[in-house]
Design a protein around this ligand. Structure first.
Ligand SMILES: CC(C)(COP(=O)(O)OP(=O)(O)OC[C@H]1O[C@@H](n2cnc3c(N)ncnc32)[C@H](O)[C@@H]1OP(=O)(O)O)[C@@H](O)C(=O)NCCC(=O)NCCS
Length: 147
């Protein structure tokens, strides 16, 4: 598993991964392209077997990092891809002297909540009816070790 900066050529594969997860808020190719104009934005690709297995995007807003989107292709689930992407995110946060990582997750997204809890994120709040005016968002936060 290789984690590297994403390239324009990765975006169609990222959009295809998003499409494998109905209901997950999709950025689409245009959404990933738009991030190239944001100097605080980092998009990383996980590459396995020569193809994109997953992606992550986050904003470095010292002293915080905002994790915006993270998804893994169906063929690669439960193989540590998201864990590897989060590991790299932590490296970026520490290098950028960011003390906290914040994210929002749908209260019904059990897989993601389990993933984040496994990596030491804690629930610090809630945004009622954040998704489609129906589902609540849980606000999760992790303190970056050593910063
Ligand atoms: C959530 C998601 C990113 C996890 O990706 P992944 O690469 O399969 O995760 P990992 O293999 O790194 O899993 C690490 C741990 O997280 C937990 N976990 C991951 N998926 C899980 C699931 N479906 N059910 C329960 N726990 C899960 C487990 O503790 C797992 O460790 P284990 O496999 O040893 O039991 C993936 O399911 C996904 O892309 N979902 C759709 C998009 C999404 O919801 N993104 C979250 C954004 S807020």
């Amino acid at each position: 598993m290789l984690i590297r900066r994403a390239k324009k050529e990765d975006y169609p594969a990222f959009a295809a991964i998003e499409a494998e997860h109905p209901g997950y808020p999709a950025w689409g190719v245009k959404g990933f392209e738009a991030e190239e104009n944001n100097r605080n934005s980092v998009t990383l690709a996980a590459e396995a077997d020569g193809r994109a297995a997953g992606f992550i995007n986050f904003w470095i807003l010292r002293p915080q990092v905002q994790l915006n989107t993270l998804a893994v292709g169906k063929a690669f689930l439960r193989r540590g891809t998201a864990t590897a992407l989060i590991g790299k995110l932590l490296e970026y946060a520490a290098k950028s002297l960011c003390r906290e990582i914040d994210l929002e997750v749908n209260e019904h997204n059990a897989a993601a909540i389990a993933l984040y809890q496994r990596h030491g994120f804690a629930v610090v709040g809630k945004r009622p009816k954040f998704y489609n005016n129906t589902d609540d968002a849980l606000l999760l936060r992790k303190t970056v070790p050593g910063v």
